[in-house]
Design a protein around this ligand. Sequence first.
Ligand SMILES: Nc1ncnc2c1ncn2[C@@H]1O[C@H](COP(=O)(O)OP(=O)(O)O[C@H]2O[C@H](CO)[C@@H](O)[C@H](O)[C@H]2O)[C@@H](O)[C@H]1O
Length: 616
Amino acid sequence: MAAMLASHFISKSSYGKHGGVLDSEPRTFQNRRIPYLRNQSTAYHGLRSLNMVDLLQMRTSTKAASRLAKGASDHASRRPRAVVICGSGMNLIFVGAEVAPWSKTGGLGDVVGGLPPALAANGHRVMTISPRYDQYKDGWDTNVLLEIKVGDRTETVRFFHCYKRGVDRVFVDHPMFLEKVWGKTGGKIYGPVTGIDYQDNQLRFSLFCQAALEAPRVLNLNNSEHYSGPYGEDVVFIANDWHTALLPCYLKSMYKPHGIYKNAKVAFCIHNIAYQGRFAFSDFALLNLPDNFKSSFDFIDGYDKPVKGRKINWMKAGVLESDRVVTVSPYYAQELLSGKEKGVEMDNFLRTTGITGIVNGMDVLEWNPMTDKYISVNYDATTVMDAKPLNKEALQAEVGLPVDRNTPVIAFIGRLEEQKGPDILAAAIPEFIDENVQVIVLGTGKKHLERQLVDLEEMFPDNYRAIIKFSAPLAHQIMAGADILAIPSRFEPCGLIQLQGMRYGLPSMCTTTGGLADTVKEGFTGFHMGDFSVKCDVVDPADVKKVVTTVKRARASYGTPAFAKMIQNCMAQDLSWKEPAKKWEQLLLSLEVAGSEPGLDGEEIAPLAKQNVATP
Ligand SMILES: Nc1ncnc2c1ncn2[C@@H]1O[C@H](COP(=O)(O)OP(=O)(O)O[C@H]2O[C@H](CO)[C@@H](O)[C@H](O)[C@H]2O)[C@@H](O)[C@H]1O
């Protein structure tokens, strides 16, 4: 309660810069946590003046009433609040280094972008928090400032906000994000070039995690008609990947011992265990955590990078200090527990905590062949067979390949990293490519892999193209115009491109790993190639052979009634976030945060959630 009231007191400020009404001057808070508590009494008056009879008359559920009470700063009830129509659910705070469509290097951004609106549509109150990497035209300056200790410095962050599809999108502004990235979200979020990290990533994400813990308490935004005051303390944080692994640690070290966030819980979601945040052991001092957390970070591996020997491992701490560990498909969860190799040395810890796999959904608004603005001919399941050849011709013309609707087109889309197996595909292409097939690769990533794929163009100028860029329009055109999606991933926690492909009637030929095993059915919605070696430094000839034989199988099926049926099977599925959101809801409810209630059975894009569809 104390912290909630304190939040009220400090967050009087509101939208400013972009035309909103400014309630107060921007402030800088010295010793940020202590003054809040000192001023409780001032805040208390605010709460007392909230008229409880009015609340009851609003006929909201207890939950909604308690939410409104949390937004006590709005005691004057100057206007109706969005909360009044939102009658049940939980307070959910997603924290991620990427959030699509504002920032994205891959699937992490898609999930932090797509799952929250689905949960909001079910009546939960949902916030996402991510860094502000650019001057997002729809992100309003809240004028809420916060001082945070990072390493041995004190840094000031500022929060930006917008409300889209039922979700409060909060962006943490600091030069460590904006000045480094300047909107180049495809490539520069984590380092100057792919594969090289910023030296100060630990400080960047330490700052981010601390800011994320404050946002639900301090943001009041009383000029936003959609915002019903601070989320308060009975919240569930959903931390995503290693960049957010300090969040449960700070929650336990900085808040709970002071009686703040007493009931709050953290679910930690692993999108990709290959990135764990391993750093020199001496860097623990940078994190400003008490020594009793050292054991959760302590890690020894056989690698020399970034230093030889003893290290800290952020993801290990995130796993051990959170209340629940989740990953993005049941099969990947099994793989993570299967041993050191697929568990990337985290298997032992995950066996202790347990891990739940929930398959990702996809954003069916962004990926909809009926309304897609990037493709030549829009279509649905009834018109796909007529539209595909036309979209294929447009695609061939776009990338400069001979235009021929009868030649099957195999496509690859993805980050060019060993995980995705572009090197395996590059080794297989010379063995299967001929005048009867065209191959299109779209991706960016590690330079040596980019070069390898570009070099193949000289060998096969008439039936191969490598487009080395991050291009949403071309990705959509490929989904609409290609015939088979090649996914030769060495491992794939879930994979979104196979879902996007299926929605566009594009069957995959994929490795039998992770979410690919869970979502692509052999002979029904695609072709399985079997399990590949997870060793990233070599291309196993056996895996190359699996690609070649599967291409032959897929090509033999192409143009047959069975293939047409496969296209229909792909398109008939509900691949939206609706079902995954229900599973997430069950899991988050099981954390039993005070006041949590099941949501409504809403549509993914329910009327409420439709407001302000993101168009940054
Ligand atoms: N060059 C390009 N141009 C345009 N768009 C491009 C592109 N390259 C990739 N994309 C897009 O980026 C996304 C990639 O998502 P994936 O889930 O397939 O992989 P990723 O490995 O990034 O995600 C990780 O997190 C997600 C989310 O949990 C897991 O599904 C996945 O297995 C895990 O590795 C898709 O939306 C795809 O269309």
